[in-house]
Write a protein that binds this ligand. Structure first.
Ligand code: NAD
Ligand code: ZN
Length: 253
């Protein structure tokens, strides 16, 4: 483990452009459930009813039930792994974070360059009268299961990407651009099973970037990586940061 950490930290320091690609596993230690695996959301919710745009427009209640669970995120706090990434960015060791998460935890930790491929729960729009809401503003209604706009419409849609919707074009284009041009890419807490998001690390790999995986379980794509850490994000990222920034402090002295 120690040697792998040193090798990864050394490759990170040598790289000119480093990107991190995160999935639900990045938020697990903050108490936000992942989709798959034990305790995963899809073991308890019906995907068809809760996460497809068409179902939401027909009957939004199953989505709000799921959202109530994700409301945990209102209290969720970033963990040491999030903070490590934010500090590495600040010190110039990280170009940005491309995330599939919709919980805003990277920003809460202080990361600036965050590309949210699946949008964010933070803002919502009424599809009938275009009024805007904040997540905090409607949390009471989500709690009660009846979310309604002041105009009476029940189509108050969070700015997230439902199944059956396409990804925000600009975010996707920009993510592909920087992924195609990075020297080192870390995937953290993603099963890499959700497309087109997962095509982003694949592009970096095809273009010859060094690849690092931090994921508690095996993925179908483990062969793509130079270094694989089958450990938690909250442990490995701070250790890498310590080696990278620790070295910096010594050099400065
Ligand atoms: P996923 O649930 O398919 O995979 C998560 C992976 O993270 C698993 O392989 C698991 O082994 C690993 N993992 C779990 N805990 C970990 C930890 N502490 N450290 C490191 N790895 C850990 O998630 P995905 O690949 O992101 O794809 C699922 C989709 O679900 C995404 O599109 C995302 O938008 C959405 N989602 C988002 C949130 C969120 O915003 N927090 C939560 C659930 C799902
Ligand atoms: Zn309205």
């Amino acid at each position: 483990m120690e040697e792998k950490l040193m090798e990864t930290a050394s490759a990170w320091k040598k790289a000119r452009r480093v990107l991190v690609f995160t999935g639900a596993g990045m938020s697990a230690e903050s108490g936000v459930p992942t989709f798959r695996g034990p305790g995963g959301i899809w073991n308890r919710f019906d995907v068809e009813k809760a996460a497809y745009l068409q179902s939401f427009l027909t009957d939004p209640r199953p989505f709000w039930e799921l959202a109530r669970e994700l409301m945990l995120k209102a209290e969720a706090r970033p963990h040491p792994g999030h903070y490590a990434l934010a500090r590495l960015e600040k010190k110039g060791y990280l170009q940005g974070v491309i995330t599939q998460n919709i919980d805003g935890l990277h920003q809460k930790a202080g990361s600036r360059e965050v590309y949210e491929l699946h949008g964010s729960l933070d803002r919502l729009d009424c599809l009938d009268c275009q009024r805007e809401y904040s997540w905090e503003g409607i949390s009471g209604e989500v709690e009660s299961g009846e979310v309604k706009c002041a105009c009476g419409s029940k189509k108050v849609k969070p700015r997230i990407v439902f199944f059956g919707e396409s990804l925000p074009r600009e975010v996707m284009d920009r993510s592909m651009e920087i992924a195609g041009d990075c020297d080192l890419l870390l995937v953290v807490g993603s099963s890499l099973g959700v497309f087109p998001a997962a095509s982003i690390p694949q592009l970096a790999w095809q273009r010859g970037a060094k690849m690092v995986l931090i994921n508690s379980e095996k993925t179908y794509y483990d062969d793509m990586f130079n270094w694989v850490f089958r450990k938690s994000a909250g442990r490995v990222l701070p250790e890498l940061e310590k080696i990278i920034l620790g070295g910096e402090q010594e050099e400065n002295n």
